[in-house]
Write a protein that binds this ligand. Structure first.
Ligand code: IMP
Length: 193
């Protein structure tokens, strides 16, 4: 089954391909000839995920799913949340986002945080959504070189390594996106049979 994952983030495509296995052919935006930036103007993860998925369906006519992820830090009242990508500005720099986060966390007692992912799916003219969360804490410095985004400063609950120190398979097993993708796969599998 061929389905477009509405992203240009090769790390995300890799993560989702690994989780979906060979039963599904996941194609990226560039593989369907989409090289424009997708609109993402909402103030909730749900809004943005559906906005991206509908844009692809409307302009490229393919079934697809889109994800939107936010990092919610308790001591920052849930920030950066839906604005995680643009936390330190529109240029979307992981480096600057992490620096700003660590700056804002200085002196905070609670370092609890969670990643939340919403996946919006458009299939055969119908819309569905799936969610996944991963609890953890924000370290006071970067550790590890794998993954992307805030991975080097996020230590998932029950682990003594950051997301950036886990293998792709380990991260997929416990991550927000991994869980949301599992819910998506379970839906797609049940639908087939
Ligand atoms: P987006 O929804 O994929 O645009 O992600 C929003 C922000 O969260 C960006 O700064 C991403 O780098 C970051 N992000 C998304 N997924 C992950 C993840 O699995 N680990 C770390 N950061 C992530």
């Amino acid at each position: 089954m061929k389905i477009c994952f509405a992203t240009n983030n090769s790390k995300k495509i890799e993560e989702v391909k690994a989780a979906l296995g060979t039963e599904y052919e996941v194609v990226s935006l560039s593989e369907i000839g989409c090289f424009e930036e997708l609109p993402e103007t909402g103030d909730t993860l749900d809004h943005n995920a559906f906005q991206k998925a509908r844009f692809v369906k409307d302009h490229y006519g393919v079934d697809c799913f889109a994800d939107d992820t936010g990092l919610e830090v308790d001591s920052l009242n849930g920030a950066p949340g839906v604005y995680s990508g643009r936390f330190a500005g529109e240029a979307r720099s992981d480096e600057r986002n992490i620096s700003l986060l660590l700056e804002k966390m200085e002196g905070k007692n609670s370092r609890n945080a969670r990643f939340r992912t919403v996946i919006a799916l458009i299939l055969d003219g119908k819309e569905y959504s799936f969610e996944g969360t991963a609890e953890g804490e924000i370290l006071d410095k970067k550790v590890g070189s794998g993954g992307f985004g805030y991975d080097p400063v996020f230590k998932p609950l029950g682990f003594d390594r950051t997301f950036a120190q886990l293998t792709l398979a380990e991260k997929n097993e416990i991550s927000h996106r991994g869980k949301a993708v599992k819910a998506l796969i379970s839906f797609l599998s049940n639908r087939k049979f």
